[in-house]
Design a protein around this ligand. Structure first.
Ligand SMILES: NC(=O)c1ccc[n+]([C@@H]2O[C@H](COP(=O)([O-])OP(=O)(O)OC[C@H]3O[C@@H](n4cnc5c(N)ncnc54)[C@H](O)[C@@H]3O)[C@@H](O)[C@H]2O)c1
Ligand SMILES: O=P(O)(O)OC[C@@H](O)[C@@H](O)[C@H](O)[C@H](O)CO
Length: 473
């Protein structure tokens, strides 16, 4: 290639810009490999453009805006890569631009709000109730009150969390009379629609302006099971796109070929024909959610903690270690006792997972999966452990996931978690008291069961002291 390659934009790749009808919060890698892909492949894609807002920083929006919101999806199979330019995102904005978010929600053309803000950003307490003490909530409530009373200046700072911003924008929609809409959580949470409803209504009720009643009557909370392994983009990925595609794209996204989207709920203002692209709409989503959250995400968490304790960096490396692989298979055996719905075909799903995880060309970093363990383990380990014990078995496979997390929490100081300071405090304790204090951050019920605390305590060290190959973090 002679000279610098041209920058990817809509002159170079003249994809049409659909009108904004979907607003997305959490412009990260996954939204771009999943919902944006499905929207581009819907039969009525020309009618459905996405305006996507970042969460914490403006960078992703700035980079995408500089290339007319186009980016390359690199589909990475074990055999090679294929490349597709995605154009369904038509506007990328800094999440802090709450004015623009309010403007878009106040427009009747906006029919859907999708979310990929991470599990931790819903900020609910361990028992699933609204938590006024969650990070950022008190500041948000102050900002919302200031906005309601028309204050300006420092006191009128906009809400800082994605859901605080969304609550303010929903108030603008109510005031504008733009009508009902659907809120669609695409985060890895069980009953993610209900979780979104509880978090949003909790915040609106605490604000106390009558907005909660309007939301109850006008917002539909759709639950989804979402699946497509999408690791963080690397510099090597950016260089590969320049080399293979002949243009410069600062923001490609890499994903496995597999994708799945199951949705359940109403869309009062319409939706794209995502089913044309393979999405499935069902009445009862729970069996699909459990299959995905337990078998895929649960085993990801085992690999994340056990794998790092044993010196591995990626999912494929950890799965290649027979000690980690056995822990995964034992957990799957336990989870399978509680996955019975027709059509789930657990043996085929497990086999497919082994192939997906074994795709060594997808460098899915264990450190990324390990983040926010307290929130994730509540959905990945606790329900299977509880179901096993209710069935008269001990649940050692699920307990081992918790034990691996406890050992990981003791071995690294560089973890990200909404309860990071509580984890540090618990780590100051010793022996069974430490184990119990850490378990309490995941689930009080588990921490209050001496049999479980003893079992988890006994399993600690499985991937460290008892295994010769372990490498300290
Ligand atoms: N990556 C995957 O393979 C995958 C697959 C299925 C589901 N998901 C879901 O999507 C979520 C996002 O994944 P991703 O790969 O896009 O991550 P990412 O880091 O690329 O993007 C996450 C986005 O959310 C924002 N964010 C993160 N934490 C936040 C917080 N506490 N408050 C406010 N904003 C916050 C970030 O700023 C960013 O805009 C996951 O947490 C998961 O629930 C991811
Ligand atoms: O995205 P998280 O942080 O919820 O979980 C990490 C991985 O388990 C997850 O991203 C999976 O790769 C994904 O859920 C596959 O669809």
């Amino acid at each position: 290639m002679n000279g610098a390659p041209p920058v990817l934009n809509r002159n170079l790749k003249p994809l049409p810009k659909a009108p904004v009808r979907i607003v997305h919060l959490g412009l990260g890698a996954f939204h771009r490999s999943h919902q944006a892909w499905y929207t581009q492949h819907a039969g009525d894609a020309a009618e459905w453009g996405i305006a996507a807002f970042t969460g914490r920083r403006p960078d992703a929006a700035e980079a995408l805006s500089a290339q007319d919101c186009l980016y390359t999806l690199v589909e990475r199979s074990a055999g090679g890569d294929s490349f597709e330019v995605i154009g369904s995102i038509v506007e990328a904005a800094d999440g802090a631009d709450v004015g623009r978010l309010c403007e878009l929600l106040a427009a009747k053309e906006t029919a859907i709000v999708t979310l990929t803000i991470t599990e931790a950003a819903y900020g609910l307490a361990a028992d699933g109730t609204f938590d006024a003490g969650a990070p950022g909530v008190a500041d948000d409530l102050r900002a919302l009150s200031a906005a309601a009373s028309g204050e300006t200046g420092a006191a009128a700072a906009a809400p800082g969390t994605p859901l605080g911003r969304l609550v303010l924008a929903l108030a603008r929609r109510r005031d504008s009379g733009a009508g009902p809409l659907a809120v669609v959580s695409c985060d890895n949470l069980s009953a993610n629609g209900d979780v979104a409803r509880r978090a949003i209504l909790g915040l609106a009720s605490a604000w106390g302006t009558g907005l909660a009643e309007w939301i109850e009557a006008n917002a539909s909370f759709v639950s989804t099971s979402v699946d497509r392994i999408t690791p963080r983009t690397t510099d090597a990925d950016i260089a590969e796109v320049a080399e293979q595609c002949g243009y410069r794209d600062s923001s490609p996204v890499v994903a496995e070929p597999f994708r799945n989207w199951v949705l359940s709920g109403d869309f009062p203002a319409g939706r794209p024909r995502w089913e044309d692209a393979g999405a499935v709409v069902v009445d009862d989503i729970e069996p699909y959610e459990n299959r995905k959250l337990w078998l895929l995400n649960g085993s990801h968490s085992i690999l994340a903690y056990a794998g790092q304790l044993r010196g591995h960096g990626t999912v494929a490396e950890a799965l290649g270690d027979s000690v980690c692989r056995k822990a995964v298979e034992d957990f799957w055996d336990e989870a399978a006792h509680h996955l019975h719905a027709e059509g789930l075909d657990i043996p085929a799903y497990r086999q497919a997972l082994l192939e997906r995880f074994g795709n060594a060309r997808i460098a899915h970093r264990l450190a990324q999966i390990a983040a926010d363990g307290t929130t994730k383990l509540r959905m990945r380990a606790v329900p299977v452990l509880a179901a096993e014990r209710a069935s008269g078995r001990n649940g050692a496979g699920s307990a081992l996931m918790l034990a691996a997390w406890i050992d990981y929490a003791g071995a690294t100081r560089e973890f990200q978690d909404p309860l990071a300071s509580e984890i540090r405090a618990a780590n100051e304790l010793e022996g069974i008291e430490r184990v119990q204090a850490l378990l309490r951050l995941v689930s009080a019920d588990i921490a209050d069961d001496p049999g479980i605390v003893d079992m988890v305590s006994g399993l600690c060290g499985t991937f460290t002291a008892k295994t010769a190959a372990s490498t300290p973090l």
